[in-house]
Design a protein around this ligand. Structure first.
Ligand code: NAD
Ligand code: TYD
Length: 338
């Protein structure tokens, strides 16, 4: 099979390509990535000598590049996106192009080239927020109610994707996954930010009271879930993916990391909350019952592996860490001016 993977130099995309090649060594993968600040060209250097893998630097919004690549492809897996909620609050316009127009460009080209399967990667954030006090959880039938600009653009892309199935019969599946963590995640995101702050003797900024809820999934489990949906999912269907039985408060995650790393809770610093800060809890009953997928990694073992990876790969994250902390500094200055 010939795959076009977009955004494959980012966190989940690079883990997915490595996973797919390990399971399907004869398949050919083309990785189309614009190499934004979020990408790291070193993520897949281990595949440089693999003749079944090739990297193309390019933009999913560029119709001519997309058309050229799509002409020899069976399966598209679309990861490419701007992905950081805080950046979407700071500069919402940046997200429209890639997350909406980019997905549309891919869908249009996939239809033109009669692609056998288009898999679109999305997030549980499209569903909005759950009530903190109840046991409500998102599922595939929850109406979209996005809060942040990031979630709004992802929701828009999901709607476009489904419309291409309903209107033009494009064979398509979608997965809406909860928060991922694991190796190769940009240190702007919560878990790697906490770990890398501790490794550089900085305090840990917790938004608000640290009570916001997230479901966390180890990235390898997400990659297996995507593979399961591609191989066994029903065309036209959406599958929610999550990792926990009980959603976790941010403060609980931080305490777990502090404990594993043998650090003091005095390092916690409560900071101004994110505007319209959501809570997420997602049911992954459908993918478990219909496709027999379930996570293999526990939160504790996944965090241990992740901490170990960031400890051993400081050269990988040092540059991105400076860039991320500069962004947060700019955001703080902006907040103080308001
Ligand atoms: P990431 O920010 O680490 O990587 C995104 C990648 O997309 C980067 O390599 C970047 O260079 C590339 N990219 C951005 N704009 C592009 C464009 N116009 N053309 C081509 N490439 C472009 O993101 P991630 O965390 O790996 O997320 C991947 C996908 O999974 C996204 O669609 C995201 O919405 C979704 N998702 C992420 C999470 C999570 O917790 N990280 C959870 C659920 C869903
Ligand atoms: P993040 O990794 O940005 O993912 P998302 O907002 O898409 O879920 O943040 C995860 C949670 O952690 C979210 O509730 C915000 C919170 N958070 C902090 O408390 N401190 C931080 O420094 C960051 C980056 C996030």
């Amino acid at each position: 099979m010939r795959l076009l993977v977009t955004g494959g130099l980012g966190f989940i995309g690079s883990n997915f390509i490595r996973h797919w090649i390990s399971q399907h060594s004869k398949d050919q993968i083309t990785n189309l990535d614009k190499v934004t600040y979020a990408a790291n060209p070193d993520n897949l250097t281990d595949l440089d000598s693999n003749s079944n893998y090739r990297f193309i630097k390019g933009d999913i919004c560029d119709q001519s590049v997309v058309d050229q690549l799509m002409s020899n492809i069976d399966l598209v897996v679309n990861f490419a996106a701007e992905t950081h909620v805080d950046r979407s609050i700071d500069d919402p316009l940046l997200f429209v192009k890639t997350n909406v127009l980019g997905t549309y460009t891919l869908l249009k080209s996939a239809l033109k080239h009669k692609i056998k399967h288009f898999h679109h990667i999305s997030t549980d954030e499209v569903y909005g927020t759950i009530d903190h006090e109840t046991k409500d959880e998102f599922s595939e039938t929850t109406p979209f109610d996005p809060t942040s600009p990031y979630a709004a653009y992802k929701a828009s892309a999901d709607h476009f994707a489904l419309s291409f199935f309903k209107t033009y019969d494009l064979p398509l599946t979608i997965t809406n996954c909860s928060n991922n963590y694991g190796p190769y995640q940009n240190p702007e995101k919560f878990i790697p930010r906490v770990i890398t702050n501790l490794l550089t003797n900085k305090k840990i900024p917790i938004y608000g009271k640290g009570e916001n809820l997230r479901d966390w999934l180890y990235v390898d489990d997400h990659c297996r879930a995507i593979e399961t949906v591609i191989e066994h999912g029903k065309v036209g269907e959406t599958y929610c993916i999550g990792g926990l039985k009980e959603a976790c408060r941010n403060i609980d995650i931080v305490k777990k990391i502090l404990k594993i790393m043998g650090k003091s809770e005095n390092l916690i610093k409560y900071v101004t909350d994110r505007p319209a800060h959501d809570n997420y809890r997602v049911s992954w009953k459908k993918i478990k019952e219909d496709l027999a997928w379930e996570p293999q990694e526990s939160l504790d073992s996944g965090l241990e592996k992740t901490i170990d990876w960031y400890q051993k790969n400081q050269d990988w994250w040092k540059k991105a860490k400076i860039e991320a902390e500069n962004f947060y500094q700019k955001l703080d200055n902006y907040k103080n001016l308001k």
